[in-house]
Structures are given as C-alpha cells and as structure tokens.
Design a protein around this ligand. Structure first.
Ligand code: KG4
Ligand code: ZN
Length: 294
C-alpha cells in the first residue's frame, strides 16, 4: 500500500493514488450495487475537511458526474458523514443525542441537536485519537495505518504499564502526552514486550475516551450516545463503552466496524439529508481543508 511504505500519508502520493483509483472504484461500486450510471439521482461528495490534494480529486470528479448526468450535487462535511454512519444501521435514531467522532484527524464530542445541526462540546487540543494509535504503531514498528494493528497486538499483551490517562480539563481531549510517554518508555525499557506496551497504551487511550463520554453524559443528561469514526472500530473501546452504557443505562449506538472507518455510504446518507433540507450545492462549491461542523 502506498502509505504503508512511508509509515504515514504523503499528501502528494495520496492525491495521485486518488486520481488513479477514483474511476475504477466508482465503477466497481456501481457493479457491486447493481446500479447503472443512469440510475443515479444525486451526487454527494466530501468537500471538507481533509487533505487538499485528495479533496481536489474527489470534488471535481463529483461535479463532472453531476454536470454530465444532469443530477444535483451536494457537498458534505466528512465529520457529518461519520455522524450519519450512526443512522445507517439505526434509522430509528432521533436527535437530540450525544456523539463522539474519533477518527485519524479529529476527536470531537458534540450534541446532535438535530440532523444537520450540531453543538461542539469538546475536541482534541493536540493529536487526534486515531493519530495517537498511528504514532504509537509506528513507535512499535507496526505498519500504517496502525490502529487495527495496535488492537491486534494488544490482545497478546498485558496492561502492565501505568501510562497516565490524559486529561486536559473540561470536555477536551489530549493525546500527544500519552504518545510521548510511550516513546520514553520504549527508550528507557526496550526489553518490555511490545504487546504489553500496545495493551497499556490502548487502555489509557480508551480510558481517556470513556472518561470524557461519562463526563459529558453526567453534564448533559443525555441517555443516547453515538460513537463513530475509525477508532470506534476498536473492539476493546467498544467493550469499555458497552460497560459504561450498562453502568449508566445508556442507549449506545456504534456502527459496525466497516461503517466506522471511512466509507462512501455515510457520505451518501448525509448528502441525502442535506439535499432534502437545503437543496443542491452550487457547481462552484469550494474544497476546504478545515471546516468546523455547524
Ligand atoms: O475515520 P477514519 O477511517 O478516517 C479518518 O477520517 O481519519 O479513521 C482512521 C483512523 C486511523 O487513525 C486508524 O488507525 C484508526 O482510525 N483506526 C483504529 C482502528 N481501526 C482504524 N484505531 C484503533 N483501533 C482500530 N481497530
Ligand atoms: Zn473519517
């Protein structure tokens, strides 16, 4: 894989890989779904946030599709897509509810006041949760992307190291100190089994998430909590969240793992709702590397 070779995403290579893949991947998706180009009625596309190079491949492709097929275009915030992954499997899910999006670039705790209307409660002050998994994976010599690799290795390890559970206060998150603690531990105790380091890191990172969710539940009183984004595919996190849900009698919604990590179905679901509420986006819709959910 193009990113595994470099231990991370090289933006220029990612853009070129997108360029090569976008047509065959779209064609393969249509074949898999048993749908023809002429069956399509709306094009939903991520226009923010993300790596500019990748957005500047997907967005013009979507515009060209919309124009040539004569169907509307609708821009979607990628994080909003992760929130709609919650509804893919739980169509009955009704706002308001509490949600956490844990991805490679974002860690956000928010209230879904209504679909397409969000209130941010907290976010990471430094690294994203998935980014911490990826950086620790790299420290342990595991391939990129590292989250699932850390999870796999953790199953063979003991939570023997007491890494501090990060807490920057309020409802914010912080993961860079934990990553540095792992770095120093590797330097000072090179003989500790890697699996023990992985399991101990995972325990602390997951505790940081469950603690925040618990605080947000206490503070807001919401009984329905949705968790999505790539890190929500983590089995250990899912178990700890399930414990929390039992303890507080919460209705916990986590998409199945393939809907937690990036996927086009969630963007389509978000696009459909946005189109129904706000109509199409203009064909000169810009790409933006960073945009907050609103
Ligand atoms: O949502 P996502 O697929 O892409 C972004 O929007 O960033 O999230 C990717 C992130 C990566 O950091 C990846 O290492 C992490 O999610 N991830 C995991 C697991 N699967 C993916 N982290 C921990 N455990 C996993 N099983
Ligand atoms: Zn994502």
């Amino acid at each position: 894989m193009v990113h595994a070779e470099y231990g991370g995403v090289v933006p220029e290579l990612a853009a070129r890989a997108h360029m090569k893949a976008i047509v065959p991947v779209t064609e393969a998706a249509l074949v898999a779904a048993g749908v023809a180009w002429s069956d399509l009625s709306l094009v939903a596309v991520t226009n923010t946030p993300g790596l500019m190079g990748a957005l500047l491949v997907g967005l013009p492709f979507a515009k060209a599709l919309s124009y040539s097929l004569g169907i509307p275009l609708v821009g979607v915030n990628h994080l909003e897509g992760h929130l709609f992954a919650l509804r893919l499997e739980h169509p009955e899910l009704e706002p308001p509810f509490l949600a956490a999006v844990l991805s490679g670039g974002h860690t956000e705790l928010l209230v879904v006041e209504d679909w397409c209307r969000y209130r941010l409660l907290g976010s990471t002050v430094d690294d994203a949760c998935g980014e911490a998994f990826d950086k620790v994976a790299k420290l342990l010599g595991l391939p990129y992307p590292g989250g699932a690799e850390v999870e796999k290795l953790s199953r063979e390890g003991r939570e023997s190291i007491n890494f501090p559970v990060p807490d920057p206060g309020g409802l914010d998150f912080s993961f860079s100190g934990l990553k540095t603690a792992v770095l120093y531990h590797r330097r000072d105790h090179p003989d500790t089994p890697r699996a023990d380091v992985a399991a101990s890191f995972q325990r602390a990172a997951v505790a940081a998430v469950t603690n925040r969710v618990e605080q947000a539940v206490r503070k807001t009183g919401f009984r329905v909590v949705g968790v999505s984004g790539g890190v929500a595919a983590n089995g250990y996190l899912r178990e700890r969240l399930a414990d929390l849900a039992r303890h507080h009698e919460l209705n916990l919604v986590i998409p199945r793992p393939e809907y937690c990590t990036d996927n086009a179905a969630m963007i389509a679901a978000a696009g459909l709702e946005r189109f129904a509420r706000f109509g199409p986006s203009p064909l000169d819709l810009p790409a933006a590397a960073r945009t907050a959910l609103s």
